[in-house]
Write a protein that binds this ligand. Structure first.
Ligand code: HEM
Length: 109
């Protein structure tokens, strides 16, 4: 189905993330926090991960990872979150942003 194709594409896009992030069974923090349950979760809330001040503030404000926020962040991490420790240029293609968000959501149920 179309949903399967989207998740397959998302899995491919996640190769750009996997040097720093793990997701799925047994995922642990790496350079970045594990991403299990990330969609709908409060920003900066993975136990034992030391976030930048920007994400610590977002956490204190109770900001949540919605699809809209995730797409904005992953398109331009450094514009979205000043001073972020995430060294990643961002995803340029709308189809990649849609797919990665769906992929992350599939580990957030
Ligand atoms: C933070 C996703 C690529 C390193 C985050 C967060 C998300 C995320 C959602 C916030 C987590 C939270 O609120 O708990 C992704 C995705 C990527 C990607 C989907 C690929 C498209 C990378 C890469 C690196 C990286 C390549 C390392 C070179 C980090 C770090 C943080 C972070 C260090 C913490 C940021 C901070 O505290 O400012 N990432 N990431 N990420 N990511 Fe990534």
């Amino acid at each position: 189905s179309d949903g399967d194709a989207l998740l397959e594409h998302g899995e491919k896009v996640f190769r750009k993330c996997s040097a720093c992030h793990a997701v799925g069974d047994g995922a642990r923090n790496k350079v970045g926090p594990h991403l299990n349950g990330i969609m709908g979760r409060t920003m900066g809330s993975v136990e034992g991960f030391k976030y930048s001040d920007g994400f610590a503030d977002a956490n204190a404000e109770g900001k949540v990872w919605t699809t809209e926020e995730m797409v904005a962040f992953l398109a331009k991490p450094k514009s979205y979150m000043k001073g972020t420790k995430m060294v990643f240029a961002g995803l340029k293609k709308d189809e990649d942003l849609e797919a990665i968000t769906a992929y992350l959501a599939s580990f957030s149920e």
